[in-house]
Design a protein around this ligand. Sequence first.
Ligand code: SF4
Length: 327
Amino acid sequence: MKQGRVFSGARPTGRQHLGNYLGAIKNYVALQDDYDCVYCVVDLHALTTLQDTKHLKEWTYEMVLDWLAAGIDPDRGTIVFVQSHVPQVTELHVILSMVTPLGKLTRLPTFKEKVRQQPDNVNYGLVGYPVLMAADITLYKANVVPVGVDQVSHLEFTREIVRTFNHHFGPVLVEPQAKHTEVPKVLGIDGVNKMSKSLNNHIELAIEPDELYNRVRMMVTDPQRQRRTDPGRPEVCNVFSLHKVFTSPETVRQIDADCRTAGIGCVDCKKMLAQNLADHLAPFRERRAQLATDPDHVWDVLHDGAERASVIAREVIAEVKTAVGLP
Ligand code: SF4
């Protein structure tokens, strides 16, 4: 018996990396055990920040291929679809925008941050972004949304919109609850910034083993460890952080001790990590390659997902329009 319906959306960003996997995909896969899951590629959201949209289709394909290879499984009831394929979301967006004070939107720290990041492209979509997000969640009657600590305020905004709407028009929309998830901050190979494609400090899940070794070799370690004989501090080393995820606890303890006494060098430590990562990712790569033999598969999954999502969306938008009194 499932505990409810989960909704989560992600922008189409192409091939996924370790940060995407540990921060979201792993959790998406696990949630399928206990919830009906609705996972959406939010391509309309992507338009708010992208000026060049020519890669959107390719990025959608590559991202969903990674999702499926990682274990997101439509055969288990999970709905995987593209936001713009279910146009009712834009109708709900407009209706919800009528109960959302403009001042609240422009005061949101996330909006101010976007204005700082792209001062030459402060478009209307950026202001309405949280309303579109509320439409995404409520259109599918999701009662649970997985959120990391830094996203709690976004979901609270959705909850406020739902309360306002229901107060005006009756109890139509479901107020979603946050499902707090531990989202580890995965640093890139520079050891400083969050792993990100745009900073080119990432390690793709589908990376070839040779290239994987090169990327791991480039990883920044403890800056105080200049020579092989210098003792290291694993707690400040990103290689060690990844060992904690991909290496057995016993070996992690050994590396911790050996690093502090210079019993192991960074080159060997990295070789070990690269090998463990390659072993861990091998089944994923195999499954991805197998799925990619049918280039239509991803689009078939998305087409089917949009049809199933539309069944829910049509029902909700009809209820919303009736409640609002639209003729
Ligand atoms: S030995 Fe390993 S844990 Fe220690 S500093 Fe080098 S790479 Fe990091």
